[in-house]
Design a protein around this ligand. Sequence first.
Ligand code: NAD
Length: 426
Amino acid sequence: MANPMVDDAREIKEENPFESMMARFDRAAQLLDLDPDLYAVMRVPNRELKVYIPVRMDSGRMEVFEGYRVQHNFARGPAKGGIRYSPDVTIDEVKALAAWMTWKCAVVNVPFGGAKGGVVCNPHEMSLSELERMTRRFAAELIDFIGPEKDVPAPDMNTNEQTMAWIMDTYSMHARHTVNAVVTGKPVALGGSAGRREATGRGLLFVINEAIKKFKMTPPTTRVVVQGSGNVGGIGAMLLHEAGYKVVAISDISGGIYNPNGIDIPEAMEHLKRTRSFEEFAGVERVSNQDLLELECDVLAPCATENQIGSHNADRIKCKVLAEGANGPTTAAADEILHNKGIFVIPDILANAGGVTVSYFEWVQDRMGYFWKEEVVNERLQDVMVASFNDVSKYAETHGVDTRTAAYMLAIDRVGYDTRMRGIYA
Ligand code: NAD
């Protein structure tokens, strides 16, 4: 009989993002035979900040929220990473996400380190003015630690262009002049970049284009299943459809729709926008989010949330290519199962790096004070994504490892090299 204590322990460990990140980091570091001094420095963050944020609520009462900013690594440039607002934010999660940012920026070779931040709050129960006061006080608490040359925040879960505009304004008020390069993901009118909103979905399309070539497939013969229909999944599905792919299934949090002959994605997205659900969309079968992952297809793109594919279902995944639009959709325990099934994984730190790549372009444009046309942004994004895909593929072939391990090895190699060249100030 299964021991519930052991099963619980496995589940907690398997689904802990920090454990997932560390399992992959350790494996890659071991294969690289990483110098023990570099290992000791790179496995921990550079700095963890915890701040208490007093906010005058609309009721007149004072509430104090807890906020975090973790700066994982600065070896290759300013730290970069989002800020999330959620009741579930924990320091462990923020630490894992900050490290992921370091590896992601290194995989696409942009000159940033990694960071992440979060505030423990329920943004859905707060008014806009409460959110503004909380954001401004959080930004004021971080003022000595963020900046275009230090650490550049961006939106993440439950934060958006408006949040970034408030942070930029608060920082600028203290600096006594406008500093738009302090954050990315801003409104275009305030120094945001054309193409930033679509960048993660577009980056996903570019790496899928490369991956299917390995299987001698072309877009019209490639059936794609997309989990999630937000910024990454929704925009990704639209762009894949436009590029001629046959998107056979798509979902949101309440479930999915499936048609083996392909779904009219613009119509489905319009329906979702109008009715806030895929229910009642005609000419398709309904499918649950769990069953959707197990559909027969060529490309599976989990673009919703973490821990969707784990030891419980990895052996039932039937795609040829797994393109991880979300962060951490696959647990470390599933890696070997997928590898043994011959599934080609485009790991999250590569597949969804289009967003941070265009954030880098935004930072560059802000510092130049010169803004590029959307076609220029998209073309440069394509160059970066294709080159990074090829770098990871080559690394995997040369070292005889799977693509996820290769992406981690490449990232650790790059960060390690730069750290060694700079020297450790110890
Ligand atoms: P979003 O909020 O715009 O969309 C999320 C989608 O997933 C929605 O359709 C939602 O209904 C669905 N969803 C949420 N929880 C679900 C669940 N438990 N089961 C099934 N579906 C669920 O978010 P997003 O910006 O598209 O981000 C999605 C993922 O991609 C996250 O892991 C995020 O960290 C990652 N990511 C986003 C970006 C970006 O630029 N937006 C960049 C890199 C990585």
